[in-house]
Design a protein around this ligand. Structure first.
Ligand code: ZN
Ligand code: ZN
Length: 588
């Protein structure tokens, strides 16, 4: 072990000497970073020109007034954009890029290839009518506070002019759509009309426009609303004799998984891992529940079925929870406890100059309760990061009770670890230290979610709230993530029926019927996304265990965490590659 440390010191000194005299580094590729940085700037500017709606949603408002009509011509333009940029990327020798730029390069490349694949192979513009819905983008213009209301309304007005053409193009694109996505498109489009009929009127009343201007805006809004209604009627009346199945099928699924998750594992490998994790969790849960039975169920007779024994113990210990009015303060009080624990166990550096602001969930987040992190967008660097906590005020007693049992004493702590410290919030602070607009825009969801899920287990492994009850509840929580993967893969590639799905979620993952029904609706209109949590978590956990084995007592958990997060929100497989390369360089 000493040898490794010694060698790394030598290497470091040679490396820093070599930096001064370029002649000793003849083998190293030329520094590609300055031209690549320039290219990235240009790329993002062009990206926003090509995708004005996406630009607005990221806080870039130069193209707010433009609505692209999704016709054949637009798709050809997109493919040209893809090809031109893939060609540009080829001009850079990847060996001449810094780690940060290497990952940016891979992420741009993935985005471009994914776009081309979506247009040429996935073709969801033909079978997913819910891709055609303008109301969200228009609502954002009304709700935003980046410009004066009058400027925003002007953009709203200009952008509306393409709405009829937008839905005409949609009708031309749609062929044998799935029944599920057709229904979703009808519901969401009808729900969105209020933006043009109600919200716009309210905004106009507060504006400085004269009556004439208001009249033309209202008239354009009427035309827009008619186009939307007409589209939903067209969908309802469509003669769709051979609807496509909402199940993606194994081939498309494997490819979508590759592009969306960017994992070192294939979809099939992750599915196998999830199956064995489920088995492992059931065994561990039974062991704990069996041990806790007498303590919590007063020595009542044990059911013969293992899963129902686990379920009864879980239900019993879920009764330990805070009062509805204490929900927010309980979360607030948790933050310093988590920070102290992390310091005491030396798990990761937490920057004290960037405290997390806990606040009551703002009204526009529409009472979903729970907790979420609001991070400032890539163009709003000085914005605060908030931990939004839902209020249970006004909830009836039963609803509040059922919610609090779900987010009981144990799960609430796991939720705080996941959302805040050292989960999403901590990851965000680290990724902001190596700012990359590319990663802010294309940030890898599996890495971001995987990190948060990883920290749940890591905290418990290090002794946080160490009790059998806590571990049992954690396993239940982890089972949800695991079963999401099994569900998604089985439904889209293995014809899993609704009945089988509900059985998996309620009997094997101990979920309530309502939650399971909601999950079924989600899996029938999305693909792959439900796998991101488990995949990212598995990759990070496996990587850590691999390093531990390799490094023996040289492995330091704190160093691993800080190094891992220093690469920003890049796919785990690239972080792994770069970390291993650096280690090998050091030990040579
Ligand atoms: Zn209760
Ligand atoms: Zn999360």
């Amino acid at each position: 072990m000493k040898k490794i440390v010694f060698a790394s010191i030598i290497c470091l000194s040679i490396y820093s000497c070599g930096g001064d005299s370029k002649t000793t580094e003849t083998k190293t590729a030329a520094d590609m970073n300055p031209p690549f940085d320039k290219y990235k700037e240009q790329f993002i500017e062009n990206l926003w020109k090509a995708y004005p709606g996406w630009a607005s949603s990221q806080g870039y408002h130069k193209y707010d007034s433009i609505l692209i009509v999704p016709n054949e011509e637009a798709r050809t333009k997109e493919l040209t954009f893809v090809k031109a940029n893939l060609d540009s990327l080829k001009l850079f020798d990847i060996n001449g890029l810094s780690d940060k730029n290497k990952t940016d390069y891979y992420m741009i490349e993935n985005q471009l290839k994914s776009t081309a694949w979506s247009i040429n192979e996935l073709k969801s513009y033909e079978w997913n009518p819910s891709e055609y819905n303008v109301s969200g983008a228009f609502a954002e213009i009304l709700n935003g506070n980046y410009d004066s209301l009058d400027i925003r309304l002007r953009n709203f007005y200009l952008k509306m002019s393409n709405i009829p053409a937008f839905y005409e193009a949609a009708k031309k694109n749609i062929k044998n759509p799935t029944i599920e996505h057709t229904q979703l498109a009808i519901d969401q489009n009808l729900g969105g009309i209020s933006v043009f009929e109600v919200d716009l009127q309210n905004a106009l009343n507060k504006s400085n426009f004269d009556e004439g201007e208001k009249k033309s805006i209202v008239s354009a809004a009427k035309t827009a609303a008619t186009a939307i209604k007409d589209f939903t009627e067209w969908l309802q009346k469509m003669d769709n004799k051979t609807p496509r199945s909402f199940r993606l099928g194994a081939e498309l699924y494997a490819k979508k998984f590759e592009f969306d998750i960017q994992s070192g594992y294939s979809a099939a490998e992750i599915y196998e891992k999830a199956l064995s994790r489920k088995k492992e969790l059931h065994e561990k849960m039974f062991e704990l529940a069996n041990k806790l039975w007498d303590k919590h169920l007063n020595k009542a007779d044990k059911p013969a079925d293992k899963l129902s024994l686990i379920k009864q113990v879980i239900n019993k210990i879920s009764e330990k929870h805070v009062k509805p009015e204490e929900f927010q303060t309980a979360i607030e009080k948790q933050m310093p406890v988590l920070i102290d624990f992390i310091k005491q166990k030396d798990l990761i550096y937490i920057d004290p100059s960037k405290p997390l602001v806990v606040r009551k969930e703002p009204d526009y987040m529409a009472g979903v309760a729970g907790a979420s992190i609001s991070a400032p967008g890539p163009y709003d660097k000085n914005g605060n990061t908030y931990y939004n906590v839902g209020s249970l005020a006004g909830w009836d007693k039963d609803r509040a009770e059922s919610y609090l049992r779900e987010y009981n004493y144990y799960i609430l702590q796991i939720l705080n670890i996941h959302e805040a410290i050292p989960g999403h919030y901590t990851q965000l602070v680290y990724s902001n230290q190596s700012p990359s607009l590319i990663k802010a825009i294309f940030g890898n969801g599996a890495m971001i979610e995987g990190w948060a899920v990883y920290t749940e287990r890591m905290m418990l492994e290090n002794g946080y709230e160490n009790s059998d009850e806590m571990w049992l509840m954690y396993y239940k929580w982890n089972l949800r993530t695991t079963c999401n993967t099994i569900l998604d893969y089985s439904v889209h590639t293995k014809e899993m029926s609704k009945e089988q799905a509900l059985n998996l979620l309620t009997n094997e993952a101990f979920q309530q019927k309502a939650e399971a029904e909601g999950k079924w609706r989600r899996v029938s209109v999305t693909q792959v996304q439900l796998c991101s949590y488990f995949t990212g978590y598995t990759e990070i956990y496996d990587f850590r265990e691999e390093l531990k084995k390799q490094m023996g007592d040289q492995f330091k958990l704190k160093e691993f965490h800080e190094k891992f997060l220093s690469y920003g929100s890049a796919p785990v497989m690239y972080i792994k590659e770069l970390m291993l390369a650096e280690m090998n360089k050091k030990s040579k």
